[in-house]
Design a protein. Structure first.
Length: 397
């Protein structure tokens, strides 16, 4: 869970997008956060405090002086691990940028103990583009506040332009990166491969495997959290592209190899998490082969070894390979590491419960080429990705 054991303040201000705060609240709680909601008076015209009270099971705060504890409420709430204002109006941004604390939410922001405050703006395009608003945003960015940029599209008023509240999944991910990223990969170029490849027999049929891409996408998200410039080369997957990550979509092993080789000599870390199909049909029909024309056997060719070829063209990158092995997996994985010129290899046994294809969890053993061994017990793939990157970077320094 992204926000396990975290106390968060969710600030909701007077934008039409305030109705989305209910779904955002649920997502934050689902990710393990303890959420306390603070609303501006204007926000209550768009969504009722009762809705957010029901979702959090906690009081929703609006007034600075609502009861006897009012004198220290902004100090207490300012001790949260992080403050997320979503949606954030031009008015709230302007007041914070100028040090004005004339309501509870702005006072909490100014009283924040660790200064971890993020804003997800939502407003009319003209308000957003107004030079005053842009100056206020720039001033807050300068002192370390984070902005989760609004999207471009049709706005509630019918105008077109930038000002729509960012997608909620993007907000959650960006806020997580802001709170928990330690810049382990700052100024580094990271390439991650993910998902299966498809090796086509004709325009309809193909050879593939059960890889969902979840491990690779988790690694791409985690690398971005740690400040890297990330390129994700992905085979077919239903997963959304991670925010801020350059995604290159491919189908076959040779397409993945072509894209991967474009980064040889420019990569600091390569995480080869893709389940590249080892074989491909020797011949591909340009239409659909009729059932009556199908052979009883299939002529195949062996696909190129992508990671070995990459190493031959890039001697400096730190390469982490992945090894899916059942029997004698430890010895086979170490042999792969040596034969392919890897710095690390992560072995997982899909016969273990919670460590197979399509699973949301994984458990791996990481081997380093100096003989070191690291074990990561079963956990969510995002947690495994976090532990893996932390270990690889620390060992590689």
């Amino acid at each position: 869970m992204l926000f396990e054991n975290n106390s968060l303040v969710l600030g909701v201000t007077g934008s039409i997008a305030a109705y989305k705060s209910a779904l955002l609240t649920r997502q934050l709680i689902k990710e393990g956060a303890e959420v306390r909601v603070v609303m501006s008076k204007a926000a209550t015209h768009f969504i009722t405090p009762l809705t957010l009270n029901t979702l959090t099971g906690k009081d929703v705060y609006i007034e600075m002086f609502a009861d006897d504890n009012a004198g220290t409420r902004h100090i207490e709430l300012g001790k949260a691990n992080g403050i997320l204002v979503a949606p954030a109006t031009a008015n709230l941004i302007a007041r914070v940028a100028n040090g004005i604390a004339d309501d509870l939410l702005s006072a909490i922001i100014l009283a924040s103990e660790n200064g971890k405050v993020a804003f997800a703006p939502a407003m009319n395009v003209n308000m957003y583009n107004n030079p005053v608003t842009q100056e206020n945003i720039a001033a807050l960015k300068e002192i370390g506040y984070r902005f989760i940029e609004p999207e471009e599209g049709e706005l509630a008023c019918g105008d077109q332009g930038t000002g729509r509240l960012a997608d909620l999944e993007v907000i959650v991910e960006e806020f997580h990166r802001y709170l928990h990223g330690q810049n382990r990969l700052a100024c580094k170029n990271v390439v991650v491969t993910a998902g299966p490849t498809r090796e086509f027999l004709d325009q309809v049929r193909f050879i593939s495997n059960r890889s969902s891409g979840k491990m690779g996408y988790a690694l791409a998200n985690e690398a971005a959290k740690e400040g890297a410039s990330v390129t994700l080369i992905s085979g077919p997957s239903n997963l959304p592209a991670p925010p801020g990550v350059t995604k290159i979509s491919v189908q076959s092993a040779r397409e993945m190899q072509s894209s991967l080789m474009d980064y040889a000599g420019q990569t600091d870390y390569l995480f080869m998490a893709a389940a590249v199909e080892d074989i491909t049909p020797a011949k591909r029909d340009q239409s659909k082969i009729k059932k009556t024309s199908l052979e009883n056997s299939l002529a195949i060719e062996v696909n190129p070894d992508l990671v070995k070829n990459f190493r031959e063209n890039d001697s400096k990158a730190c390469i982490v390979g992945f090894s899916v092995e059942f029997e004698e997996g430890s010895d086979r994985s170490i042999e792969k590491m040596k034969n392919k010129g890897l710095d690390f290899v992560a072995w997982n046994n899909p016969s273990q419960k919670g460590a197979g294809f399509e699973s949301d969890t994984n458990q791996i053993v990481l081997f380093e080429n100096d003989g070191s061994r690291f074990e990561f017990p079963k956990a969510a793939k995002r947690k495994i990705a976090e532990q893996l990157i932390k270990t690889v970077v620390e060992q590689n320094d």
